[in-house]
Design a protein around this ligand. Structure first.
Ligand SMILES: Nc1ncnc2c1ncn2[C@@H]1O[C@H](COP(=O)(O)OP(=O)(O)OP(=O)(O)O)[C@@H](O)[C@H]1O
Ligand SMILES: [Mg+2]
Length: 265
């Protein structure tokens, strides 16, 4: 245990908020249940629609294409999109403990897999979201993995907060568009991760025009690496709409993601 880190064994337990102790206990349990997974990486920005899911999916399939064993968690519990992006249309998985679906070699778990009618909105309060999210880590049979990629929802509350508090993550890949407003919100996301002592693996500029802007702003503000730029490319949106993973379909996009991934693995 590093110097200055909280050690429950030496602490005066009467003075400590019981909810804080509960978090520490859960963290320890999660560390054990995730011990078969070598690296756990979140893909995050508090800004909506910047391409977090697109990035998470393409990073996962790029790593898988490099020969790694990869899992992908859809942490966007109430608005899950991963199954659409990878063309998963199976009947809901009902096994317990939860069994991830294997789609083209990547193990995937998403709330969407548990609803027969995915057109219906999922209207849950925070505690329910948090419970489901924890199940994806505690009760899911991941087996041995090299990488678990976690697609975060926008915002900085329930799911991002739970993940940062409880899951022993190796760090985050941040995603921004070129726009200043996206950079501002992504910087906040990086600051939040740092508050939890989590590493920033770098930032990707998505929907770029090839001239670094948003990611440059983020990288300068947070002191993290610029991992690369993914151009605004109609093919990416169209392939994703068809449930096809761009890096599996388009050699140029594949090359862009290989260069990005090589910078943080
Ligand atoms: N580089 C790109 N070029 C063109 N379209 C893109 C690109 N990246 C993502 N898109 C499209 O933009 C839309 C939003 O992307 P995506 O769902 O990945 O964003 P998100 O950050 O995950 O959104 P949310 O905050 O809702 O989770 C999708 O339709 C996606 O296909
Ligand atoms: Mg998303």
């Amino acid at each position: 245990m590093a110097e200055g880190e909280f050690n429950p064994e030496n602490a005066d337990l009467k003075k400590i908020d019981p909810s804080f102790l509960a978090v520490i206990k859960q963290r320890e349990e999660l560390k054990k249940s995730l011990s078969g997974i070598k690296h756990k990486i979140g893909v995050y920005s508090a800004k909506g629609g910047v391409g977090k899911t697109t990035t998470a999916v393409n990073i996962a399939y790029t790593l898988s294409g490099m020969g790694y064993k990869v899992g992908l968690v859809d942490a966007d519990i109430d608005t899950p999109n991963i199954t659409y992006f990878v063309g998963y249309k199976d009947v809901p998985a009902r096994d317990y403990p939860l069994q991830p679906a294997e789609v083209n070699g990547v193990k995937i778990i998403s709330t969407a897999m548990f609803f027969t009618d995915t057109s219906k909105p999922i209207i849950w309060r925070g505690p329910m979201l948090t419970k489901m999210l924890k199940e994806f880590f505690v009760d899911t049979k991941w087996g041995e993995l090299d990488y678990l990629i976690i697609d975060l929802p926008p915002g900085s509350s329930d799911a991002p907060l739970t993940l940062m508090q409880l899951i022993p993550l190796d760090g985050f890949v941040l995603v921004t568009t070129p726009q200043h407003i996206s950079a501002i919100n992504t910087i906040k996301s990086g600051v939040m991760a740092k508050k939890f002592g989590l590493a920033l693996l770098g930032v990707i500029e998505n929907m770029s025009n090839g001239v670094p802007k948003g990611a440059k702003e983020v990288s300068e503000a947070l002191g993290c690496e610029m991992l690369g730029m993914v151009n605004l490319d109609l093919n990416i949106g169209e392939l994703s709409d068809l449930g096809k993973v761009p890096v599996l379909e388009d050699e140029r996009i594949k090359g862009v993601f290989i260069d990005i991934v090589k910078k943080f693995i």
